[in-house]
Write a protein that binds this ligand. Structure first.
Ligand code: BTN
Length: 242
């Protein structure tokens, strides 16, 4: 298996980009005990203290057009929700596009970075960050009102290595069935875990803030919502509040 494990790195994302450029194969995985420059989406930082979570990046070389890249993120979110669901009494949900929440707090995030040429994906670096064993007070105070860890929510300490193994094996199965059978089943699974699906929320886009009922996702990864005038909205970039 192409699995690299480091005690400390700046960011597993950067290492996998490097390995991709060296020609390493599909399925290469980099895991770190600690990241000192962990990256989140929108150029945010991702706090990755030693031994407290899953900090890993996966190299994918799918033979797909770039428009399908968002499906890989949604697929990964369903894998994380599934594994957490199976291994604990916690009820995870997926907040569009890709945050995993437990008890309304974020415990995991996904960062998908893609290299594409013309209309083919060259490679994708899929970053997975899961807050696992942080205790009260170990989540940065700026985000403590909206972020948590699996231990804080379940009261139990998790075996990180075992957890990583089941994520990787579930990921492999789900990825293979996605390549063979397409996105439909993943879409259903995503909607099963989807946060506030069928409920009314406030959505902020670059253009406006409005109230709408979340309906589900589209095959291209867009969020589908119906506003108070009954108009359907397909959203590719938005924030959801509740
Ligand atoms: C988010 O903003 O929700 C995405 C967070 C992704 C964090 C993971 S941890 C492993 C990988 N390496 C990074 O620097 N970031 C991702």
């Amino acid at each position: 298996q192409h699995l690299y494990h480091y005690p400390q790195v700046e960011s597993t994302q950067d290492i996998v980009h490097q390995l991709a450029k060296e020609g390493k194969p599909h399925g290469t995985v980099v895991i770190a005990d600690e990241q000192v420059k962990g990256k989140g989406r929108m150029a945010r930082e991702w706090h990755s203290p030693e031994g407290k979570g899953v900090w890993m990046s996966i190299l994918l070389r799918p033979d797909l057009p770039p428009v399908q890249a968002p499906q890989l993120t949604l697929l990964t979110a369903t894998v994380l929700a599934n594994v957490m669901d199976k291994r604990s009494a916690l009820v995870p949900s997926i907040k569009w596009p890709n945050d995993i929440l437990v008890h309304h707090k974020k415990v995991a995030g996904i960062l998908t970075e893609m290299q594409a040429e013309q209309d083919r994906i060259q490679y994708v670096v899929l970053g997975i960050g899961i807050n696992v064993n942080q205790e009260d007070g170990e989540i940065p105070s700026m985000i403590a009102h909206k972020a948590s860890s699996l231990k804080m929510e379940s009261g139990e300490k998790w075996d990180i290595q075992e957890f990583v193994q089941s994520i990787l094996s579930t990921f492999e199965k789900t990825y293979d069935s996605f390549i063979e059978e397409g996105f439909q089943e993943i879409k259903q699974e995503w909607e099963r875990y989807g946060y506030k699906i069928g409920e009314k929320v406030t959505i902020s886009t670059m253009r406006r803030d409005f109230k709408a009922t979340l309906l589900g996702i589209e095959a291209d990864g867009a969020l589908l919502a119906k506003d108070e005038q009954g108009e359907m909205e397909k959203l590719y970039s938005a924030e959801i509040h509740w």
